[in-house]
Design a protein around this ligand. Structure first.
Ligand code: F6R
Length: 615
């Protein structure tokens, strides 16, 4: 959420910063801005709109500089205007700052600074902080403070409540960028006699292969060939430089029109990579050493709690079905944002899992911290190597799905689900799941990439179906058992990228209210891939038809829906354990093609951004 880039070195900063912003634009795209520093002269440009608008502005006002910071915004405080775009400049014109996060006590700080003669030109919380930095810098006039700029930032941050990832430059201290983080990711890319700053490793692509991850509560002074880190409490920190694995970060669009399309099609590979090296044929089980728990410790677990947000929360719901069915361990699923603030009683033998594609979602991160604080073993499933969640959890499993840039999550979801199935298999085989049952699940897991490829061949047919349905403004999605979360996910995909109102329900629950919505103007998508309850699902379909609701069946029993459904998306018959993965792919495609038909900006949907790092 919001992208930050920074550069200090010997090359022209502006093109490098704009290039970085373009790579980070998926994190926020309502406005952008840049501040460049040459000697004691600062040049600042901010523009409402996409990064291309800023790029044009810079081209029309060239300013040669080798130091700069820039930002692409997802608005929190203050509307989308040029004035509210970052960087923000202190009213004395000495400091410029880009900020991700929210300063919660900004009004208090602002009022204090108004009393000190500072003025404000935006409605943002961020402007309070840059002025506070100036205030602390000036408080030391006459003092011979070493690292005066760093100290001013550190002192200012001592008074801040909330979250931040910031990069600051000052015309009083050229040759240095100060960066700091608390709750919002910030990374330093180490190049040859140059340093970069970014809120996402993607911002360094093609520019740096080594990275320093700032931790919460750290402040860094960055020069072209050095990075000094201290804590907000003024303790020196040893810099740890890590190599970036670019194979996991590739974000080229290739021949695809949109990242979402590309990522839907990458699913067979993502699923293959999620299971690689994690299956033991000999024992018909999974091999999950990343959990960092001995079989004995895992056998002590009486209960599992899953926490996540959005699509990842839907993956948790599938996990509940899979783990309870195959491992017979009670599972509970919580929205991470709710878990954090309520006093959920947890038994002592509870294992906590968080799931997060980005590994940076603040609600999920705070749920992780809360459960660790309470002394629970907390494991993570994440797609982002080196992310805050991966670093702070006690262990976990990487998804290896490759970079997900599309704001609507697709391949990350199916890869999270297959990892949850591996967990169900592993924990099941430690308990009552028999060798032959384990063997069936192993075979099913191994078949997923190939079946996913086959389902993707339905794309042309689904594209035609999408044309027919794109005119509707309301949709229902119904599914039962492990396909209930798939119904939720289908509804979420559609509403996110095409702005169609869509609701997901357990199919039988429809009679208890949502059926009131059924009419010729409200199509229903029904998932029906479970033989045991097929007659019930067919009855639900009949109830919709009787009320003249248009109906799409996503089913492996097409005959059962002949004469009832208006359109049938036929799926192959597969093992029960992998049905939620296979059933998701057609509705991702449906959502994608409906959005295209409606002329929506699929990769940059209204009001959304990837990686939600504010509460
Ligand atoms: C929906 C979507 C979001 C994310 C949610 C959690 O398509 O992408 O709902 O799933 O914001 O994000 P992560 O998984 O990064 O924690």
């Amino acid at each position: 959420m919001c992208g930050i880039t920074g550069y200090i070195g010997s090359r022209e900063a502006a093109p490098i910063l704009i290039e970085g912003l373009r790579k980070l634009e998926y994190r926020g795209y309502d406005s952008s801005g840049i501040a460049l520093l040459r000697g004691n002269t600062m040049s600042v440009h901010k523009k409402k709109g996409r990064v291309s608008v800023l790029a044009d502005e810079i081209q029309n006002h060239p300013f040669h500089a080798t130091t700069g910071i820039s930002h692409t915004r997802w608005a929190t405080h203050g509307g989308v205007t040029d004035a509210n775009a970052h960087p923000h400049v202190s009213s004395d014109g000495d400091f410029a700052m880009v900020h991700n996060g929210i300063i919660e006590n900004y009004e208090y700080i602002r009022n204090f600074l108004l009393g000190q003669g500072y003025t404000f030109s935006s409605q943002t919380d961020s402007e309070a902080l840059v002025n506070l930095i100036s205030y602390h810098y000036n408080k030391r006039t006459g003092e011979n403070t070493p690292n005066r700029f760093l100290e001013a930032v550190r002192k200012a941050l001592l008074h801040v409540e909330g979250t931040y990832g910031i990069a600051v430059i000052s015309r009083l201290a050229p040759g240095e960028i100060i960066a700091a983080r608390k709750g919002s990711p910030l990374l330093i890319g180490v190049g040859k006699n140059e340093m970069l700053i970014s809120s996402d490793v993607l911002g360094f692509a093609g520019r740096a292969n080594n990275v320093i991850y700032l931790d919460d509560g750290q402040v860094a002074s960055i020069t072209p060939d050095n990075c000094d880190i201290i804590t907000i409490g003024n303790k020196q920190i040893e810099c740890e430089i890590k190599e970036i694995d670019w194979a996991l970060e590739n974000a080229d669009l290739g021949n695809y029109s949109h990242y979402m399309e590309k990522e839907i099609y990458e699913q067979p590979k993502a699923l293959e990579d999620a299971i690689r090296g994690r299956i033991s044929d000999d024992n018909s089980t999974a091999v999950l050493s990343g959990l960092n728990m001995s079989p004995n410790e895992l056998r002590q677990i009486d209960r599992i709690l899953f926490c996540a947000c959005g699509t990842a929360w839907h993956a948790c719901l599938v996990a509940e079905y899979l783990i309870e069915k195959y491992a017979r361990i009670p599972v509970e699923v919580e929205y991470a944002s709710e878990f954090r603030y309520r006093s959920a009683p947890l038994d002592k033998n509870t294992l906590v899992f968080v799931i997060s594609q980005s590994g940076e979602t603040i609600d999920t991160l705070e749920a992780l911290r809360e459960s660790k604080r309470k002394g629970f073993r907390t494991l993570a499933i994440t797609n982002s190597v080196g992310s805050t969640i991966s670093r702070e959890s006690d262990g976990g499993l990487y998804q290896y799905a490759g970079k997900e840039v599309g704001v609507a999550s697709t391949k990350a979801f199916t890869s999270q689900v297959i990892i949850c199935l591996l967990i169900a298999l592993y924990m099941g085989r430690m308990r009552d799941l028999s060798f032959p049952d384990g063997k069936e699940i192993v075979a099913a897991i191994k078949s997923v990439p190939q079946i996913a490829s086959k389902v993707l061949e339905l794309a042309p047919m689904i594209k035609e179906t999408a044309k027919k349905y794109s005119k509707y403004d309301d949709f229902l999605f119904l599914g039962r058992l492990s396909e209930f979360p798939v119904a939720l996910e289908g509804a979420l995909k559609l509403k996110e990228i095409s702005y169609i109102h869509a609701e997901g329900y357990p199919a039988a629950e429809m009679k208890h209210g949502p059926i009131a919505l059924v009419c010729p103007e409200c199509p229903t998508v029904i998932f029906a891939n479970s033989e045991d309850i097929l007659p019930k699902l067919v009855s639900n379909a009949q109830e919709i038809k009787a009320r003249k609701g248009p109906l799409i069946a996503v089913t492996d029993s097409p005959k059962a829906f002949e004469g009832i459904a208006d359109d049938i998306i036929e799926l192959p018959k597969v093992h029960d354990s992998i049905k939620p993965i296979i059933a998701t792919i057609p509705v991702q495609l449906l959502a994608y093609y409906v959005a295209i038909e409606r002329g929506c900006d699929v990769d940059k949907p209204r009001n959304l951004a990837k990686a939600v790092t504010v509460e």
